[in-house]
Design a protein around this ligand. Structure first.
Ligand code: EPU
Length: 421
């Protein structure tokens, strides 16, 4: 086990490159199920979740090499159509093998993911979509067993836009007979990236990046290569690291258009932001951080995956702010841990009321999930004395050696082996 030991109080300054997007990669890799041959992915982040997806696909019969920031996938046809519990319990995105395996092989058996650290995360939309495409679905001993001779194109309307259900439906319908229409599709950049990749493989998807997607089924797809888009959540986290430490941080190799909602809020909080074609620079110009309310929304709104980090920033703002999560109503596991560091935050329903304090004070805190751990690291960067963040395997799921990037910007943070759990 490892923990982070952070000596807070250093201002973060300088330039840092952003890695490839976890949530794009986790959809791109299972898309390889849809065709035999060799696929190459570049700009791949070295993450536990990337490795978890690789293990699952290897278990299903693919050959995968992961070297540097490149993955080569060789698919000679799957030997197993199952995603066992031992894989899915580690990573919910394992459910992405459902759509492509079912549509190509007519059968898939995937463990139900269950809840996650901060509450329920249903997959009913995924199941209803494949049923509408003509699959029979049975839930047996914790497994989804889906069967279909051939999926048939249809109209699918989501009540709320879901990243995962849109991706799974896309991967199910590209090989279906006829045309599928998805209404109220998710338009997150990661969904768009996966849809574009499917088209590179020979799929016929139109309306990509809009709420209405049309997929004309094809008989066969072919392998393709892709450069993984930059991780907007990593970029956002590092910009907030600059903000919380009164620094000046430039994130490069990112897509500023994907960060508009955060940029607006950072400007409201009193920071100066300048953007280039593939960079965003944050400069501290005021001594005090202005309190800024926000509500998380689906893209292009403020992402739920930056809610915890924003609360850390607001915890030392000059006043009271309210942060509401409309995507995951219970995603506030970081709040009690931030309060251990001296923050003053209360949660009412799906809103955190953050009363800014003058300073945070280091303590031992515990990561409970990926973005919560990022928020604790951010708080530790500005807290007096020493902050120890335990259970950092959560952060390694979705950030590529975050401590190396933070050190490069001037943070005093070490990864230390520990028996503490
Ligand atoms: N929802 C349902 N039924 C479903 C699916 C979703 O009710 O079948 C609801 C959810 O409960 C939630 C909303 O719809 O309220 C949106 O959930 P979505 O399906 O979009 O989330 P997801 O696909 O499970 C992805 C990311 C998450 C990110 C969310 C929201 C991946 C692998 N995961 O999850 O990323 O928080 O979209 O943007 O892409 C993270 O990276 O830390 C992370 C949790």
């Amino acid at each position: 086990m490892y923990k982070f030991v952070i000596h807070g109080g250093k201002s973060l300054n300088g330039e840092i490159e952003i890695s490839g997007a976890k949530n794009a990669l986790l959809g791109l890799l299972p898309a390889t199920i849809l065709a035999n041959g060799e696929f190459i992915f570049e700009n791949v982040p070295d993450l536990i979740d990337a490795k978890s997806m690789i293990r699952l696909l290897e278990n299903m019969g693919e050959e995968i090499e992961f070297r540097g920031n490149r993955i080569i996938v060789r698919n000679h046809g799957l030997r197993s159509y199952d995603a066992p519990y031992e894989f899915v319990k580690k990573m919910r995105a394992s459910v992405y093998v459902l759509g492509p395996t079912l549509s190509r092989y007519g059968y898939a058996k995937v463990s139900m993911p269950g809840g996650c650290a901060w509450g329920p995360r249903p997959i009913n939309f995924h199941i209803e979509a494949i049923q509408k495409l003509g699959a029979s679905v049975e839930i047996d001993q914790g497994y989804i067993i889906a069967k279909a001779n051939k999926l048939i194109g249809t109209k699918i309307v989501f009540n709320t836009p879901s990243v995962g259900a849109t991706v799974n439906t896309l991967m199910a319908s590209v090989l279906a007979k006829g045309t599928t229409l998805i209404s109220n599709a998710a338009i997150e950049p990661e969904v768009t990236a996966i849809a574009n990749f499917l088209n590179k493989m020979g799929a016929k998807i139109s309306g990509i990046g809009t709420k209405f997607i049309e997929i004309e089924g094809v008989d066969e797809l072919h392998p393709a290569s892709e450069i993984v888009i930059p991780d907007r959540i990593e970029a956002g986290t590092l910009l907030i690291a600059g903000a919380i430490t009164s620094g000046e941080v430039k994130v490069t190799k990112c897509n500023p258009n994907h960060l508009n909602a955060l940029i607006d809020k950072l400007i409201d909080a009193g920071f100066e932001i300048s953007t280039g074609p593939d960079s965003v620079q944050l400069k501290t110009i005021n001594e005090k951080i202005k309190p800024v309310d926000l509500e998380t929304e689906v893209y292009p709104g403020f992402p739920t995956d930056l809610q915890a980090q924003w609360i850390s920033l607001m915890s030392i703002a000059n006043g009271v702010s309210e942060v509401t999560d409309n995507i995951y109503h219970d995603r506030f596991n970081h709040v009690p841990e931030l309060n251990r560091l001296g923050a003053n935050i209360t949660v009412k329903g799906n809103t955190a009321i953050v009363r800014g304090v003058n300073e945070l004070n280091g303590a031992k805190v515990m990561s409970t999930d990926l973005r919560a751990s990022a928020s604790l690291v951010l708080a530790g960067l500005v807290a007096k004395n020493v902050t120890e963040v335990l259970r950092i395997y959560h952060i390694d799921r979705g950030y590529e050696r975050i401590e190396m990037k933070l050190k490069k910007l001037g943070a005093d943070i070490e990864r230390v082996q520990t028996d503490e759990y």
